[in-house]
Write a protein that binds this ligand. Structure first.
Ligand SMILES: Cc1cc2nc3c(=O)[nH]c(=O)nc-3n(C[C@H](O)[C@H](O)[C@H](O)COP(=O)(O)O)c2cc1C
Length: 405
């Protein structure tokens, strides 16, 4: 983040106050922030607070002669590494979707040649209005990145989707957007109009109210796959077990704990065009979960385990079976043979096999082998977000080929 230049467009929404915290965090990470405020934004927070926290003057007027002489609006829109809109009002999203440019903020958004990341914030009815749905869909197709909105209580007293993501999540999405490597080709938006369901992370199977059986999956690979599918234009639902990662930008994330909950959330997210099962789902759960904390006694307790539902098999056998089903196989021995067996047994189309004996869980890099009925491809070790982009590009081609048949 050090030295990165963020052009921050602040829209006129009640969530504008959270942007002050975002600016503080960006500055802590040594990013520079050039703030732009809409006329409405200045009704919610003062330019003085924004200028003080950012250490930069606030730009707000398209027709200010001194601004144009010091730094023109075109230059301002291009000097940044990333353009961030927070809060992205329904109005700003509509303007951006339709190419309107009637003030400094909207003109900069139209004139920029940099990536744009938006953090929508609005009342749930505004967010769910068909006009906003259309605008969001066309912005996604245009490659605009999204973080949030979240579901929750709103300042107006209603409940639903439309809350702006918290500053920490926006910060993570900014890091993601700055990091994502353009050398990994994801031409255009190959998954535009597609619905993709992704699972990620571990599951936790309770033993008693405090203890659980878990596993070492960090969710990094699954979350990266969800983010890459969203970047490819898909509408993505991510069903995540307990992880220490922020929800990826532009993705609907459903949080679950156990394998049974994960299956229910996946089934609720169907139908979909593609299902990518990257979660490390526990094979077994404890048969008799203790209602109270187990006490240390003379004898250690014996846990009786029962088999969990197999999410991948359920989806593969579902009447709403997605066209493409992708499983991940984490193996510690006989990688290819075990992965091939999984492909056959679970009725999926692609297996992404990785040898977790080789220092992968929780790390930022992964080395995977792609197995289909047609053959095997060994990919070199690379960053997990690069694996995700390459995988999404690969799966998009499979979908295309399938459609052409
Ligand atoms: C109290 C109040 C809160 C508002 N909150 C929001 C909001 O959260 N999201 C939104 O899209 N519009 C909100 N609006 C409406 C916008 O301020 C209005 O559409 C404005 O024209 C947006 O201008 P801008 O997009 O140029 O910033 C709110 C208006 C008021 C009076």
């Amino acid at each position: 983040m050090k030295g990165k230049r963020i052009l921050l467009v602040i829209g006129g929404g009640i969530a504008a106050y959270k942007v002050l915290e975002l600016i503080r965090r960006l500055r802590e990470q040594d990013a520079s922030v050039s703030p732009v405020m809409t006329k409405a934004a200045k009704e919610f927070i003062t330019p003085l607070s924004v200028a003080s926290l950012s250490g930069n003057r606030v730009f707000d007027d398209l027709f200010s002669l001194t601004d144009e002489m010091e730094i023109g609006h075109i230059e301002l829109s291009r000097a940044a590494d990333l353009v961030v809109v927070a809060p992205a009002t329904a109005d700003l999203l509509a303007k951006l979707a339709h190419g309107l440019a009637d003030d400094l903020a909207s003109t900069l958004l139209l004139a920029t040649d940099k990536k744009i990341l938006v953090a929508p914030a609005m009342n749930v009815r505004m967010w769910e209005n068909p006009a906003t749905r259309r605008n969001v869909a066309s912005l996604r197709r245009d490659g605009v990145l999204f973080v949030g909105p979240e579901v929750g209580d709103m300042a107006c007293g209603e409940y639903g989707a439309g809350r702006m993501s918290e500053p920490a999540a926006i910060l993570a999405a900014i890091e993601d957007a700055l990091r994502s490597d353009t050398r990994i080709a994801l031409p255009g938006q190959p998954l535009a109009g597609r619905r993709v369901v992704v699972t990620s992370g571990p599951t936790r199977e309770p033993i008693d109210p405090l203890r659980y059986l878990g596993n070492a999956s960090s969710g990094k690979q699954g979350h990266a796959v969800a983010a890459a599918a969203a970047r490819a234009g898909a509408e993505v639902v991510l069903v995540s077990g307990p992880v220490a990662l922020p929800d990826p930008a532009g993705v609907r994330t459903r949080h679950v704990t156990t394998a049974t909950e994960m299956l229910a959330a996946v089934e609720a997210a169907l139908p979909a065009d593609m299902f990518i099962a990257a979660a490390a789902v526990a094979d077994w759960r404890v048969a008799d979960v203790a209602a109270q904390k187990l006490k240390k006694g003379a004898q250690a307790p014996v846990l009786r385990l029962v088999e969990n539902p197999d999410v991948l098999t359920h989806v593969a056998q579902s009447p709403a079976r997605p066209r493409l089903i992708v499983g991940f196989a984490a193996e510690t021995e006989n990688l290819i043979d075990n992965a091939r067996a999984k492909l056959a047994a679970k009725g999926c189309d692609v297996i992404v096999a990785n040898d977790v004996g080789e220092d992968v869980l929780g790390q930022d890099e992964n080395q995977v082998t792609i197995i289909t009925r047609a053959g095997t491809e060994i990919w070199p070790r690379m960053r997990k977000d690069h694996v995700a982009l390459k995988l999404v590009a690969y799966l998009s081609k499979l979908m295309e080929a399938d459609r052409a048949r």
